[in-house]
Design a protein around this ligand. Structure first.
Ligand SMILES: *Cc1c(COP(=O)(O)O)cnc(C)c1O
Length: 358
């Protein structure tokens, strides 16, 4: 099913950034955005692409008071022929619906949502940057928009999509990051909203993130919310460890976000003959491996950075170095293969690419 999209083009297009090395992340937005309303009686209606700008919202709107919001993040890549393509966008649409269902927000037709994203990206195609490593970041989100303060499942909602040209995540090559393992705050608990991509998870994670930053660490590695013993994920990335030749990644127990980059890495690793264990993995086991020299590599996975090598791990007063603070061979191989497919430089053996336009 496709939504009928009414397009109103801007009369005042913005100036596009000339220097693509200064794009950064999520600071500049394209000329248009997508909006669609939901109400209990009409369902999803009034699908429209309009000039990018503020969205007037009722002061009592559910999103402000009770945090009813879920989102997605994916990228449009310019391939070597100049065409534009997406990486596994069907997975993002599916996950958006799973997140929405968890927060009692209305779900979307998946085929129709993919069509919305592709229609908007095609309209904004000149905004997809051309330099190595750059892309157009796409941010779909749904929020509850009931204009009253009673607490109940949402009856009115908005689905919106905005786009932002983003720079190369690694301007100076793949740099290992310093990660602090958080032993006080927790991000999620089983039965909570950890596996939903929702704003509330982020709001709750800011305090630990700020503390880590103050101490010189880029991100937080979260432990499970009950025993604070098992490794869950890093900031906005899933995490993987190469120990004794095998790859270990925390199982999707309900409190871990099911990353699409994580899933793609697991599939790539298996296709290369690696043994991949998705299981409970304790911080004790991690540091045993670090001490006895079997911890070979560690990296985070996510759409923004693709893979992010981990060079230092801090936990309860001690710091451990991973892979001599260098990029591991397998980390680099995953990065090269994934980015090769995403930017259309390597063969798409798995059928992960969805073309928007030539
Ligand atoms: C989005 C996200 C990830 C990474 O998911 P990808 O689909 O690989 O981008 C990991 N953890 C959290 C908490 C996230 O929000």
């Amino acid at each position: 099913m496709k939504y009928e999209i009414k397009i109103t083009k801007t009369e005042r297009p913005n100036e596009r950034p000339q220097d693509e090395s200064k794009l950064g992340f999520g600071k500049i937005f394209t000329d248009h955005m997508f909006l669609m309303d939901y109400s209990e009686d009409k369902g999803w209606h009034d699908a429209r692409i309009v000039p990018f700008g503020p969205m007037p919202t009722h002061p009592a709107s559910t999103v402000f008071h009770y945090g009813a919001e879920v989102f997605e993040g994916l990228k449009a890549y310019r391939n070597k022929e100049g065409g534009i393509q997406l990486f596994r966008p069907e997975e993002n649409v599916k996950r958006l619906n799973n997140s929405a269902a968890r927060l009692c927000l209305p779900t979307l037709d998946e085929e129709g949502t993919l069509d919305i994203i592709k229609t908007l990206v095609e309209l904004e195609k000149d905004w997809v940057p051309k330099s190595e490593g750059t892309s157009l970041y796409i941010r779909p989100f749904i929020y509850g928009n009931d204009p009253h303060l009673g607490v109940h499942a949402v009856k009115n909602a908005v689905f919106a999509v905005i786009c932002s040209p983003v720079g190369a995540y690694y301007a100076e090559g793949l740099n290992p990051v310093k990660i602090a393992i958080e032993s006080k705050d927790v991000r999620a608990v089983r039965g909570g909203t950890g596996e939903a991509k929702c704003g509330g998870n982020y709001a709750a994670s800011l305090r630990a993130g700020q503390k880590a930053e103050e101490n010189g660490y880029t991100q937080v590695l979260w432990l499970d919310g009950v025993e604070r013993k098992y490794i869950e994920e890093v900031g906005a990335m899933n995490v993987m460890f190469k120990i004794n030749g095998k790859v270990i990644t925390p199982a999707l127990t309900g409190s871990v976000l099911p990353g699409i980059t994580r899933k793609s890495c697991v599939e790539l690793l298996k296709s290369w003959g690696y043994e991949v264990e998705e299981r409970l993995f304790s911080v004790t086991e991690l540091f045993e491996a670090a001490k006895n020299g079997t911890l070979e590599e560690a990296w985070g996975t996510g759409t923004a950075a693709v893979v992010s090598p981990i060079g230092h791990l801090f936990y309860e007063g001690k710091e451990y170095t991973v892979c001599n603070n260098q990029i591991g061979e397998l980390t680099q191989k995953l990065y090269d293969n994934l980015t090769g497919i995403q930017w259309g430089k390597a063969e798409d053996k798995f059928g992960w690419i969805n073309k928007v336009c030539d």
